[in-house]
Design a protein around this ligand. Structure first.
Ligand code: FAD
Length: 421
């Protein structure tokens, strides 16, 4: 029956799912999105990169996003041992948007999904994808909130389930990440920063602030201001380095332990300690562990993995939503061509182009943790042209092959590291 079959079924209504569904619908495809939760729902990943504004525009969602009142963002500030440095994303090598937003994801993801719906995309909430059968035409077994199970078929499946990783789990595609397992502890705060006397230091709400632990460069913090006087605050490190307050373990109150650990680590970084001296926690702290993930296959002629359902690297450069949206844009073009009867080489036309950008970020993530990229970022007298090229990557333009720091990322980075050391 007509209602049981779709051109494309998208699993998950996060940024990659909503954008992919919108792009496919605009090409006249019959799309259904299956989302297990009800929106708004909390998600981590609140600092966007300017590069993703291009995909938001492609999906005809730019006006909605621009009018939503989100915190304007024009760059990234870094802080270590009293040294500060910042990157202005409008002063970059690659053409394209130089500004973006910092968003509470519950609200942002709902806005994208509602906008897709208003464009004509069908979204079913509270529906959980339980099983997949690819032996013939792709079929999904889905359960609703009453526990009723039903099946749907589609010509093509897009897995946008993020950390749900639906198809990697069901099809045994999961592979370990080559990055060490790290833990993030995070919360939302009423920051009250305006009422703190910071002397000469100017806190810039238009930039994400990344701080490095004074004694251990492997530990870093994010502070992402929102437009409502609140910030997202988090700390990242290998689990043994964060040293969760064991004395509190006995209380068996997970959030108490996390709050104590997070605030102890904040007090260990002098600038953050001062900046957040009047902050109040407004959301119970939470923890994510071992979030870096990889897969054996990103796509074939029956399915493609988008965003976090594919590979997830690391949060340090806020690249997650940008990669998720970029993957949606790349995949939608391939799906349309395949549904229109053209042959698509999913490896060459989807997986490889997507991985170019992911691999660029990987170079800089690895170099952040081994210290090379931190030396470059905190170098006090950078060459302006080189800084613009690096700024492009920090702004998300990791697919721009005309940027030498993309095309030959490892070699170029090492050359600059030599100059800085
Ligand atoms: P998601 O946004 O995770 O959406 C997936 C959707 O699928 C969810 O709504 C979920 O309910 C649904 N789903 C799951 N399972 C099922 C199922 N079985 N059936 C139906 N639906 C299902 N990124 C940034 O860009 N900026 C940042 O500052 C940033 N900070 C981060 C900090 C940390 C600590 C971590 C771990 C990540 C961070 N990220 C950041 C990454 C970011 O969270 C993700 O990359 C981004 O949310 C991926 O979007 P997505 O569309 O792939 O998936």
């Amino acid at each position: 029956a007509q209602t049981d079959h779709y051109d494309v079924i998208v699993i998950g209504a996060g940024p990659s799912g909503s954008v992919a569904a919108s792009l496919l619908h605009q090409q006249g495809k019959r799309v259904l999105v299956i989302e297990k939760q009800h929106f708004p729902r909390f998600s981590i990943g609140e600092s966007l990169l300017p590069c993703c504004m291009q995909v938001i525009e492609e999906a005809n969602m730019l006006e909605a996003v621009n009018q939503a009142g989100y915190q304007f963002k024009n760059g990234a500030a870094f802080n270590a041992n009293g040294r500060s440095t910042y990157f202005d994303f409008t002063d970059k090598f690659t053409p394209g948007p130089g500004t973006t937003f910092q968003v509470e994801r519950g609200d942002f993801d709902k806005l994208l999904a509602d906008t897709a719906e208003s464009q004509g995309v069908e979204i079913r909430y509270g529906q959980h994808v339980d099983a997949v059968d690819l032996s013939q035409q792709p079929r999904l077994t889905i359960s609703d909130e009453q526990g009723q199970s039903y099946t749907l078929s589609a010509d093509y499946l897009l897995d946008a389930s993020g950390f749900g990783r639906v198809l990697p789990r069901l099809l045994d595609l999961e592979r370990p990440s080559n990055l060490p397992s790290r833990t993030a502890i995070f919360t939302h705060i009423q920051d009250n920063i305006d009422s703190v006397d910071m002397g000469d230091y100017q806190f810039d709400r238009n930039k994400i602030l990344i701080s490095v632990h004074p004694d251990n460069r492997d530990i870093w913090y994010w502070l992402i201001p929102f437009s409502n006087g609140r910030c997202s605050l988090g700390v990242v490190g290998e689990p043994h380095l964060l040293g969760e307050n064991a004395d509190l373990e006995a209380t068996n109150l997970e959030t108490t332990v996390l709050e104590a650990t997070l605030m102890r680590l904040v007090r260990e970084e002098p600038r953050l300690k001062q900046l957040l001296s009047r902050a109040e926690i407004v959301r119970p702290p939470a923890k994510l562990e071992g979030y870096s993930a990889n897969v054996s296959t990103l796509a074939n002629d029956k399915f493609a993995l988008l965003g976090n359902a594919g590979e997830f690297l690391d949060p340090v450069f806020s690249s997650g939503v940008t990669i998720a949206m970029q993957s949606a844009s790349f995949a939608a073009k391939c799906v349309v061509r395949q549904l229109n009867g053209q042959a698509v080489d999913w490896q060459a036309e989807y997986a490889q182009p997507l991985m170019r950008g992911v691999d660029t970020f990987r170079t800089y993530v690895q170099a952040w943790y081994d210290g090379r990229f931190q030396d470059v970022i905190f170098y006090q007298d950078p060459n302006p042209k080189i800084k613009q090229m690096i700024c492009s990557i920090l702004a998300g333009y990791a697919w721009d092959e005309s940027n030498p720091f993309v095309a030959e990322s490892e070699r170029r980075l090492n050359m600059v590291v030599e100059l800085c050391r």
